[in-house]
Design a protein around this ligand. Structure first.
Ligand code: KIV
Ligand code: NA
Length: 266
């Protein structure tokens, strides 16, 4: 199976919905890859696998290590790596240096960064130098301190029109796609109509050109599940049951049994 490309994803605007999930490890990437168009190495790995309180402490080195792991475990999907907080906001030049390290050291197909109109010149700078960029607007978790929490965005008229401007600015700057997070349905619809590139929603209704979720959330593996997540399984419950059985069997000496014991040499 030939790997999809970023231009192929960009051309899906208004066509078949784009299927995207997060992946942080090689094995998970292998399992998701046949089903997904895009694998996102999200900075959500800060909370999901490092136990950090927000995405802010996530480093470029962490993103590169996990990005390379996901590229090694995938053959079909486009792999996009999040630019972590602090690696790109100061200037387009600083963003290019961080993005170039991600591209060179992971083999990913592009990067994602948070922010709208303010980041449009940076998106244009990267795209014109050969680095595909996904945008991320609405609820942008790296700005949690400025936003005051993780509530849905765009409920005031002023914020509603600002988010539409953000989508338009990113698309005009050459963004390959835009993640719209935590926005009400009418705004998701307007953002999708306003942007010339695909808009991929998370907590943003089915009006977008695709959907993304944090894999651990949709599998029921992470303790916190936001309202917009549909849980397709209860892996936490299944792991707990399996490990409980193992613990019981070790304590009762039922494990290892005769099937798990090396035969003596003859
Ligand atoms: O970090 C992440 O997982 C993300 C998605 C939720 C879009 O940015
Ligand atoms: Na992210």
């Amino acid at each position: 199976m030939k790997r999809l490309t970023v231009p192929a994803i960009r051309n899906r605007k208004g066509k078949d919905p784009i299927v995207m999930l997060t992946a942080y490890t090689t094995r998970m990437a292998q399992l998701l890859d046949p089903h997904c168009d895009v694998l996102l190495v999200g900075d959500s790995l800060g909370q999901v696998i490092y136990g950090l309180p927000t995405t802010l402490p996530v480093t470029l080195d962490m993103m590169i290590a996990h990005g390379a792991a996901v590229v090694r475990g995938s053959y079909h999907a486009v792999v996009i790596v999040d630019m972590p907080f602090g690696a790109y906001e100061a200037s387009p030049e600083k963003a290019f240096e961080a993005a170039a390290r991600i591209m060179a050291e992971t083999g990913a197909a592009g990067v994602k960064l948070e922010g709208g109109t303010a980041m449009a010149p940076t998106v244009e700078f990267l795209v014109s130098r050969g680095i595909p960029v996904f945008g991320h607007i609405g609820l942008t978790p790296q700005s949690v301190n400025a936003l005051g929490g993780y509530a849905a965005r765009g409920r005031s008229n002023e914020e509603h029109s600002r988010i539409i401007d953000d989508a338009r600015a990113l698309a005009d700057a050459g963004a390959a796609a835009i993640v719209a997070e935590g926005v009400v349905e009418t705004l998701a619809q307007e953002v999708t109509a306003a942007a010339s590139c695909p808009v991929i929603g998370i907590g943003a209704s089915n009006q977008c050109d695709g959907q993304v979720l944090v894999t651990e959330d949709m599998l029921g593996l992470f303790e916190r599940t936001p309202r917009f997540v549909k849980r397709y399984d209860d892996l936490a419950g299944r792991i707990s049951a399996a490990v409980g059985t193992y613990a019981d069997e070790v304590r009762s000496r039922a494990f290892p049994g005769s099937d798990q014991v090396y035969a003596p040499r003859d």
